[in-house]
Design a protein around this ligand. Structure first.
Ligand code: ADP
Ligand code: MG
Length: 744
């Protein structure tokens, strides 16, 4: 193909890949020569064709995988800071490792960000021999890694870890009072696997570090009251079982039990009752938490095992403790938080890879300044993607699903059913079993176990029911003779909130030129349609329940576009509200670093309290005095930041403006408040530091932290805000008030 035509074929709006393709071709001409070498030289990073040729040979020798040209092209795209779009099964793990090694050989430190702990470890170990051959050191981190193991892993040239582990390490580091305690080194390169999922879908979720603040308050009374309420009469659950609310009967019963109070005039009691009810009705012992050693241990929903050092937001934690008749543990407060977007943007160099990048090209550009490079597949994709089958009702859809699965299963062809959530998986698998069809169900509860199961989803006659997150990153190979049956058949039990997620599901079939097929079953009663296209005139189904009118396809596509737009807007809005705070966070941390690693604290106090400094210098060793100054300033800086975060959260929720009748604080109002509050914060840190320095007892031994009020949290824990069942406290307060208001 002539170069001109190739250039034309580069996707408009995407980064051109023809330069990378030329390098890959040149690498091919050097292959024979390199293969003759007994010992491979260190790959030169300033000669890319030579680099590729040597790395290819190294991969072939160590991993028994000879990188395809397209994998080299993908690696080169990564090495020039792009998001490489490569379909599922194209071998992104190897491309990523080649690029990571390239960056490392250029002298940059690389974090390969995986979607979960299991994949971080798998990829680091799988690619380990290649890295070793190239003289690049590699390590990985998981939730269970100790601080020493983490420090060791971060000291490697390339470190594999999930985004939340890195984020929590970064958050914990910001509390260090000794430079030797800092764990995460200066950020270099972030190479993000499943980039759309991490950088777009999860980017709204803040990572939170909380610390013990006060001894907890027991709340046994509310627990006792709700224990006697009955479901359906005193309280109701919503369909998903995610929310619970008192009925009018329930409100009356609670008010009576608490001594004829009016709940709506005692908002604190109301909150306690709501928390107790949540703990009582929505959280089950041994499912959501375990009781061990007289303490509550959370079970992480996404991982299905005890989440160490994680807990619920305070009120709920206390409510669960009361439910189990345990003493209340200390309450906490948010010490710091960071969004995934803020975390990733700390890296001077970002790149990523995923099967579905083009659909979120705009977001990559807007939020990360990243361009997408579309890498062609190694072999043409021959998967047959059938048009959606649309039904009038969920019941008809389910019936048709079971029929289709029964018919296809009879041929021996393996089937993977992708569901939208866990409850749907349970419902469908129940129906299949009732019809005598054996199936395995994956709910993203145990990544390692599910990887082993999904790897078998291509075996003859297997039926696998799986949510979007389950078994991610695991290759599905076809079993003996399955190719002749048509390969893996993927059935979506509903369209996702974005076509990108639909495409990820389809991509499970037809890898590396394998045969395969995909189809989505949709009903006009699906949430997607009822939420995002509520006003559309719906065409009527035929007598068999199938909607054949061509308007149906239009409505489904339309609802999905609306949903995509709404999510984009939420993302944009979150970023608007966090951008300034994250900038302020950086500034505070720069200050903090100067105090932690240098003498900025001492210099400031010596200047502002020259007399006191002189006086103390007479008996206190200079090094001790400097350490005291560091301790004082660090304490007030951290304390001040925690208060700043709390204040800004209140501003955002409109608490400070509620009297003015505002509900949502407009962004410019928010930013004005944030700038003013930040200025006050800095003044306040200085004022408090000087005050402590002037009044505290400081001796040649140092400062008495307890007496001077410089006590730090005795324990810290972390959580993802999506684990937070309460969302916005103000929203919930409003929601709980609603029924009563309507009654009046
Ligand atoms: P992706 O992350 O793009 O979905 P993976 O990195 O998981 O793909 O690789 C998919 C499968 O392809 C793996 O089983 C891997 O062993 C295989 N593979 C990747 N690259 C090659 C290669 N160059 N030669 C042979 N097999 C390969
Ligand atoms: Mg992968």
């Amino acid at each position: 193909m002539s170069q001109k035509i190739r250039n034309l074929l580069d996707r408009p709006g995407s980064a051109p890949i023809s330069p990378f393709e030329r390098v890959a071709t040149q690498a091919g001409t050097r292959e024979e020569r390199i293969r003759q070498l007994t010992d491979l030289p260190r790959p030169p990073v300033d000669d890319l064709p030579e680099f590729c040729a040597i790395v290819r040979e190294a991969a072939d020798r160590t991993l028994k995988m000879r990188p395809f040209d397209v994998q080299l092209v993908g690696a080169l795209a990564l090495m020039s800071g792009r998001v490489a779009e490569m379909a599922t099964g194209e071998g992104k793990t190897l491309s990523g490792a080649i690029a990571a090694a390239g960056y490392a050989l250029r002298g940059q430190r690389v974090h390969v960000i995986s979607v979960n702990d299991y994949l971080a470890r798998r990829d680091a170990e799988w690619m380990g021999p290649l890295y070793e051959a190239l003289g690049v050191s590699v390590g990985w981190i998981s939730q269970d890694s100790t601080p020493e193991e983490r420090r060791e892993a971060y000291a490697k040239d390339v470190t594999y870890a999930s985004v939340s582990e890195i984020g929590f390490d970064v958050l914990r580091d910001r509390m260090a009072t000794d430079p030797a305690d800092v764990i995460v080194p200066e950020p270099g390169v972030a190479l993000v696997d499943e980039a759309d999922s991490v950088l777009v879908d999860e980017a709204r979720v803040p990572l939170v570090l909380a610390g013990a603040a006060d001894p907890g308050v027991d709340a046994p009374e509310a627990a006792e009251v709700v224990r006697r309420l009955s479901r359906g009469y005193h309280y109701e659950l919503d369909d998903q079982g995610r929310n619970v609310s008192l009925t009018a009967k329930g409100i009356d019963a609670v008010e009576k039990a608490l001594g004829d109070i009016n709940l709506y005039e005692s908002p604190e009691v109301l909150t306690q009752v709501n928390l107790a009810l949540h703990a009582h009705a929505l959280l089950s012992r041994d499912v959501d938490y375990l009781v061990r050693d007289g303490r509550i241990h959370l079970v992480s929903q996404s991982r299905g095992r005890v989440a160490t050092l994680q807990r619920w937001p305070d009120g709920l934690q206390a409510a669960v403790e009361a439910k189990e008749a345990l003493p209340a543990s200390e309450t906490g407060e948010i010490l710091d938080s960071i969004t995934i977007q803020g975390l990733v943007r700390r890296y001077p160099q970002i790149c990523g890879m995923t099967g579905t990048a083009v659909a979120v090209e705009d977001q990559f550009r807007e939020f990360y300044d990243l361009k997408v490079a579309v890498i062609p597949s190694n072999k043409p994709c021959v998967r047959v993607d059938e048009p959606d089958r649309v039904f009038g009702t969920v019941a008809d859809k389910d019936r048709a699903l079971v029929e289709e699965i029964t018919a296809v299963h009879a041929t021996g062809r393996p089937i993977l059913i992708g569901t939208l959530d866990v409850s749907e998986s349970e419902r469908l698998s129940g129906k299949l079993r009732a019809n005598g069809l054996d199936c395995v169900v994956l709910n993203a509860k145990n990544d390692a176990e599910e990887a082993a199961i999904i790897a078998e989803a291509g075996a003859r006659s297997s039926i696998t029911v799986s949510t979007q997150m389950a078994g991610r990153g695991t290759d599905i190979r076809l079993g003996e003779g399955v190719g002749e049956l048509g390969g893996l058949y993927v059935i979506g039990s509903g369209r996702h909130a974005s076509s990108r997620l639909d495409d990820q599901l389809r991509g499970r079939a037809g890898r590396q030129g394998d045969p395969g097929g995909s189809v989505f079953f949709v009903s006009l009663e699906d949430d997607l349609i009822t939420h995002y296209a509520p006003d559309e005139q719906l065409p009527a189904p035929d007598s068999d329940g199938v909607v054949r009118h061509k308007r149906a396809t239009y409505i489904v596509a339309h609802a999905q576009r609306v949903a995509e737009g709404a999510h984009m807007e939420i993302h944009r809005n979150t970023w608007r509200y966090t951008r300034l705070l994250e900038r302020q966070r950086e500034l505070v941390l720069q200050q903090r670093d100067k105090v932690l690693r240098g003498d900025a604290g001492a210099d400031a106090l010596a200047a502002s309290s020259a007399e006191r400094w002189q006086e103390l210098s007479a008996d206190v060793d200079d090094a001790v005095l400097r350490a005291v100054a560091r301790e004082i300033v660090l304490f007030h800086l951290d304390r001040g930041w925690t208060e700043h975060l709390g204040f800004m959260a209140d501003v955002r929720e409109g608490i400070h403006l509620r009297s003015l009748g505002h509900r949502l604080v407009p962004i410019d109002e928010f930013n004005r408040e944030a700038v003013a509050a930040y200025r006050r914060l800095m003044d306040e840190v200085e004022r408090r530091s000087v005050e402590t320095f002037q009044t505290a007892t400081i001796t040649s031994e140092g400062i008495d932290a307890l007496e001077s009020g410089l006590t730090r949290p005795t324990a810290t824990w972390t959580y993802l805000v999506q684990d937070n069942p309460f969302g916005d406290a103000f929203d919930r307060a409003l929601k709980h008030l609603a029924p009563r208001d309507r009654r009046r």
